[in-house]
Structures are given as C-alpha cells and as structure tokens.
Design a protein around this ligand. Sequence first.
Ligand SMILES: Cc1cc2nc3c(=O)[nH]c(=O)nc-3n(C[C@H](O)[C@H](O)[C@H](O)COP(=O)(O)O)c2cc1C
Length: 450
Amino acid sequence: MTTENQQHQGQMALGLLLSPASSHIAGWRHPEAMSNAGESFDEVLAVAKSAEEAHLDFVFLADELCAPDADPKILSRDPVIYRFEPLTLLAALAVTTKRIGLVATQTTTYNEPYHIARKFASLDNLSNGRVGWNLVTSYVPAEAKNFSESSHMGSVDRYERAEEFQEVVSGLWDSWDDDAFLLDKASGRYFDPSKMNTLNHEGKHFSVRGPLNVRRTPQGHPVQVQAGSSEAGLNLAAKCTDIAFTAQPTLAGALAFSKTLRAKTVAAGRAEDSVRIIAGVQPIIGDSPEHAQELYEEMQELIHPEVGLTRLSQLLDYDVTGLPLDGPLPDDIPDTDNYKSRRQLIIDTARSENLTLRELYLRVVGSYGHRIVVGTAETVADELTEWFLAGAVDGYILSPTHLPAGFEVFKDKVIPLLQDRGVFRTEYTGATFREHLGLNRPDLVKIETV
Ligand SMILES: Cc1cc2nc3c(=O)[nH]c(=O)nc-3n(C[C@H](O)[C@H](O)[C@H](O)COP(=O)(O)O)c2cc1C
C-alpha cells in the first residue's frame, strides 16, 4: 500500500519529555538541574524554546492524577509530588512557542470525552495546529481515590472504555465542516447549518449528542498518541492513533514490538507505517566513555535506597520495600492489571540478568524502564541511528536525567551528528505537528446533517 508518509522517510522524529523537576528520579538534586525544580514557568519555557531551536518535533508533558501511595517520609524525597496541570501549561506554551509540537497526557479513565475533545480542539486552534493528546488509561490505582471511586477499574474495562472514548472524541472533532462558519454580518448568518454534524453517540460507556462547541481545528484532529504496550494498548494504537509511545530497552525487543504493531495496523486496515513508533531514551553524554560512565554513576548515587525500592514497588505493583536490598526479586510475584507491559519488562530484566533488588532499582527507576544510552556524543548518535535505520523505531522521546543541562548537551553535541548523517532535520519544513511527523490531515467523516 502506498502511504501518506513517504515525505517523512529517512528522518527520525524527536521529542523531549518536559519534566521540569527531572526525568531521572533523583535528577532534581543534580547541581545543574533547574534551580527550583521546575516551579517557574520561565525556566520551563526556556527549555521548550531551546527544543524548538533544535527543531524537535515536540515536547511532552506526562501526567498522573495523584500523589503516589507511599509513606510521606519516603515520598518527601520524590519530586513527582508536584507538577503543573498539563493542559494549563500547554495553553501557556501554545502562545509562547511558534513551531514545536506540544503533547500532553490525559486519561480516558477519569475524564469525559466531551471535555477532552473540547480542550484539545481549543488548544489546537490556540497553537495553530501543534497539539497532541497522549491517551492513557491510568496505570496508577491510587488515582481512583481522587475521583470518588473505591477501586480502580480493571485493565480490560479501562481499555474498552478508552476505545469508545477515543471514537467519541474523534467524532466530536468532526462536528463542523472546515468552512462551516460564515460569520456573515450582512445576512446575520453565523454558520451554515448544513455544515454542522451532530454526533448522537449512544454506546456502552458514553451517551454524547454533540456537536462540539469548538470549530474544526487546523490539524482536523489533534495528533493522537497511545502509550500502552499491552495487547489491548497495541490494538488501540493500531486501530486509531498516530503515534505509539513505548519503552524498549533492547533492539531485539524494539524490533519485535515494531513487527507486531505494524502487523496489527495492517490488520486494522491502515497503511503499516501510519503509526509512528516513538521509544523513550535517557541519554547520558560524556567527553569520553569513562566520563559518561562517571556521570551516570554520579546520578545513580543520588537515588536514596528507600526511594528506589518504593518506586520499584510502584512499577511492579508489588511491595518490595521490606525485602533485603541484596537479595533477588521473589519468584512468586502475583499478576497485576496495572502497567502490564512495563512491569513485565522489569521482571524479565531482573530474571535474565539475576539482578538483586538494589541492582534492579538502580537499573530501572532512574529511567522508568526506558533505554539508557551512556557514552560519547558519537556513541549516542550511533545507537539512536542504528535502531532507526533497522526499522525498530520512527523516533525517540528524550528523557534527559535533568533539565536544562541534560538536553543542552544533546542539542549541542548529538543533534549536529544526526543532522550530518541526514537522519534529523536542520529546519522545520511544516507548520503543524502533523506536518512535522509527515502525517496527513484527516478527512472529515460526515455524520449527520441537520
Ligand atoms: C513514553 C511513555 C509515556 C507515558 N506517559 C504516561 C503518562 O503521562 N501517564 C500515564 O498514566 N501513563 C503513561 N505511560 C504509561 C502508559 O500509559 C501505560 O500505562 C503503560 O505503558 C502500561 O501499559 P499497558 O497496561 O498497556 O501495558 C507512558 C508510557 C510511555 C511509553
């Protein structure tokens, strides 16, 4: 099948996790980390502008709707407790940046589709077509406690709700033909009624009449991202999203992931490269291999063991805090409904390399299980290029250990190497986020004419 993406071939997509307090769990403690751990908009904006100067495809604001369930004394060492509400921050970035894509997480489990469709449509208009929605189903069970629920919905139900949620949001984004608004002062006609499309959705989880009270947006549909890698997450990405975010620490795993997702995408009736696969990576860049290793170890030493074990327990959905640090991960960890794919990755790493709990938390909590590349700028550029050219990924979401320094060194030293190799742009050629990614603007699906 010929694809809409041919113009994009040969160029990787690059995003930056804009986690002001740091992407590495202890990064905020680094002497060069933002002085106030990201509480200042000016500092956050400076990083977004720097990413735009480097012609990145997007910055990404992750989110969870709760503080982790942990002893406050341990939690008091973890910067994840505080963050800007992502859509509020996105609105501020939409009017203070000009070219870069702006992606934020919003869960389908504790939201209503009308709210999400409306907010992202407004943001797409405000940013002239630069926003993306990272659709998650909430892997942290404690979120339920902030939404009047006694328990967190199971994974199957969450994904079923997510699928219908996504359909409703996409339908609402098609509420108006592109030329529906006449604003004709002479006739007094504000819009053409034949160009209003009322959704009238009735489903298992949602009943939504529509139309959306926001006009169709510059991108038609804001870019949609799916970040789950379980079977259900992959099915959803294959069926309808533009990007799949994933954590893949090995090339073999990334190739297998890409093969599975491409096959599912074709089975869902779409061109095989219509979903951009974007994997997380934590680059640690030194002047020599030894220097890079020293920087990595310096950062790892900042992780307090209690924080390491608590975060590991959250990632495993299994309490390992009372267990001996130098003992193994127990054999009999019960199955869970949360964070399925990433959790399995962590368990597989522990088993295949016989890691102690200390070694395991040091390996995974800093990067949340994402691939870590430690080396010179040349090595980092080589490794990123290798996976890209092997067809394992279409791009990366960078999660430097701390900001701004961790990104600045990537920008100054690695990006020029990627550009020399012809795998990353030297200028923006498009205006919208879809154009950066080489994705077409979706046609409007006409629902009903009133
Ligand atoms: C790059 C990336 C970013 C993610 N960002 C978020 C986020 O902001 N909020 C969230 O609740 N989950 C986030 N996730 C986690 C996924 O939504 C999902 O819960 C996790 O991958 C497990 O999915 P699964 O249950 O389908 O295996 C992210 C995952 C990846 C790979």
